[in-house]
Design a protein around this ligand. Structure first.
Ligand SMILES: [Zn+2]
Ligand SMILES: [Zn+2]
Length: 162
């Protein structure tokens, strides 16, 4: 008699455990949200959507990941071509974080052909969910970003405010 009661209690306990674990599963955090706030050739022009081959592109974005950030990937691909490159960020300041302002200077390969590109910022959380934002980006040849060989003629408006 006692034994039957014990078994019954065990059964009740295990169904309870099952119940609780299935309950927890329903509580999946929402997928990451990403918003690119700035993308450009530098802090003087933080949002001009232009980058120069062989130089850095300034990227700023607001990220929210209820499931905590696992990795952040920047993918850049040509609009009409096969050229593409990417960079994965798994810095300590991002991994395991819920809300963060992403601010990085992405190195544009010197051999990147000039033209129209597409940039994707993909955030993966620790639940395996992803969120993505995208932007257009123009890559210009390095020569157009060169200050050397630049004529210092007087027509140029030099800023002498210090
Ligand atoms: Zn910057
Ligand atoms: Zn694309």
């Amino acid at each position: 008699m006692k034994r039957k009661l014990f078994l019954g209690a065990m059964l009740l306990l295990s169904t309870n455990v099952l119940f609780f674990s299935s309950c927890e599963k329903e509580d999946t955090p929402s997928a990451p949200t990403v918003k690119i706030t700035e993308l450009g050739s530098g802090h003087d022009n933080p949002n001009d959507k232009i980058a120069y081959a062989g130089s850095d592109a300034h990227i700023e974005a607001e990220i929210t990941a209820d499931g905590l950030i696992e990795s952040i990937t920047v993918e850049v691909h040509q609009e009409d071509g096969d050229y593409e490159f990417n960079k994965v960020y798994t810095d300590a300041k991002y991994v395991g974080v819920k809300n963060v302002t992403f601010h990085e200077h992405l190195e544009i390969p010197a051999e990147a052909p000039e033209g129209e590109y597409h940039l994707h910022l993909v955030v993966r959380d620790q639940e395996g969910q992803t969120g993505m934002a995208e932007s257009e980006l123009i890559i210009k040849p390095a020569s157009e970003n060169d200050d050397d060989g630049h004529d210092h003629d007087d027509e140029h408006d030099h800023d002498h405010n210090h």
